[in-house]
Design a protein around this ligand. Structure first.
Ligand code: FAD
Length: 374
């Protein structure tokens, strides 16, 4: 067993961020090793709601989401794997007069940035989603036809497979133990099996990224949350859209195999607890009855949870480490990073190989927060 290995870049974490980064770096000619504490796609990237959404994005993330969707559209061919990605639309139902104006303003802002997102009136909304509860009072909906979803069980694995074909060395079941800093630069990453020496290190460890930053004296504000999903038995096709509503907290999509995926939003959790909870089933039941009573007697056949990492402004960090050479961070994707995975990888690879990313990443910089040093 070698005591050390060398590469241009060492990527920490095999979720969608790490796999995309490794893949894009290899495409640009870098030699890359990716270390993963468990297995590829074993955490949030393989446990999520599958939504690939541009609408309702913070202005800092909107251009990234729009560019990412361009990548998503080509991924089946590029990766030679069917990710079950389809642009079935994303529809957010509006019932609350108090938040209506804010959401309409957000929609107008997104339109001004080139996103095709539409304000549907109540009749148009019901035409789009005929199975919506008949007596639910609605004001309309915001609808983005180019939004969609993919199967999270497939995506990170498919990117990793393509990365391997391009020469990336992927090491599963090999957690990072320690980053080594010399003269203001990260120079090595030590695991239980090997010391990896590289020119650049990329921290894409998701909910575990902060403790890794802490090892080298860096910090950022983040809250770890648990988000849950449940899946019903298979049904004939009822909707293609990813559907959410301001009247309830759950969201819905129908997978290609017919199961309705019901997502329960993130709540803060201690000790990285990923157990499904009774409360989530209650929220799912209440939300289902409110929006889609036809689901009331349908069985839930599967449920799981995953961990998300939330920054105070719910916007991710994609940046070089402040005051330390050789380290990049992509984390804090706050419950909506699946869509941004491909563009995050592309931006980091451009930054590392070409010395700067092709998009303006000012809105997702690390230094927007105070207290970023321990
Ligand atoms: C239930 C749920 C529903 C969601 N729904 C959506 C959605 O519909 N749309 C959307 O856009 N986003 C959604 N998200 C969020 C999305 O899944 C995440 O933002 C995204 O997957 C984050 O990717 P990541 O690569 O940063 O993190 P992860 O997928 O968590 O990957 C990080 C990886 O780092 C590894 N790691 C950690 N520590 C170490 C270490 N010391 N050494 C080596 N490896 C390490 C972990 O094992 C993990 O595999 C959802 C998340 C959850 C949990």
């Amino acid at each position: 067993m070698p005591q050390y290995e060398e590469a241009d870049v060492l990527v920490i974490g095999g979720g969608i961020m790490g796999c995309s980064t490794a893949y894009e770096l290899a495409k640009r000619g870098s030699s890359v090793v990716l270390i993963e504490k468990g297995f590829i796609g074993g955490e949030a990237s393989g446990r999520n709601g599958g939504g690939v959404r541009q609408q309702k994005r913070d202005p800092a993330e909107l251009p990234l989401a729009i560019e990412s969707v361009k990548i998503w559209r080509a991924m089946k061919e590029e990766l030679q794997w069917d990710l079950e990605y389809r642009q079935g639309g994303n529809l957010h139902i509006l019932s609350n007069p108090d938040t209506y104006d804010t959401l309409v303003k957000q929609l107008e802002y997104s339109q001004s940035k080139g996103l095709d997102v539409r304000l549907l009136n109540p009749e148009e909304t019901r035409e789009q989603i005929p199975v919506l509860r008949k007596d639910l009072e609605i004001l309309g909906s915001t609808y983005c036809p180019t939004d969609g979803c993919a199967n999270p069980l497939l995506v990170a694995k498919a990117i990793a497979r393509a990365a391997k074909r391009k020469g990336v060395l992927i090491k599963e079941n090999e957690p990072l133990e320690q980053l080594v800093v010399k003269s203001g630069r990260v120079v090595a990453a030590v695991t239980g099996r090997c010391e990896y020496r590289a020119t650049f290190f990329v921290n894409t460890a998701g909910a575990w990224a902060k403790p890794i930053c802490n090892q080298v004296g860096l910090d950022y504000p983040v809250e770890i949350k648990r988000s849950q999903l449940m899946v019903t038995e298979s049904l004939p096709p009822v909707f293609t859209e990813f559907i959410s509503a301001d009247a309830c907290s759950a969201y819905f999509r129908q997978a290609l195999n017919g199961g309705i995926h019901i997502g329960i939003p993130s709540v803060p959790v201690k000790n990285y607890n990923k157990l499904s909870t009774y409360d989530a089933f209650k929220i799912a039941g209440e939300s289902t009855s409110l929006l889609f009573p036809f689901l009331d007697k349908i069985n839930v056949v599967h449920a799981w949870a995953g961990l998300t990492n939330w920054t105070p402004d719910a916007v991710c960090i994609i940046d070089k480490a402040p005051g330390l050479e050789g380290l990049f961070l992509a984390a804090g994707h706050s419950g909506h990073g699946f869509c941004l995975g491909p563009i995050t990888g592309r931006m980091l690879s451009e930054w590392i190989v070409d010395s700067e990313p092709s998009m303006d990443l000012t809105g997702v910089r690390w230094t927007r927060f105070d207290n970023i040093y321990l």
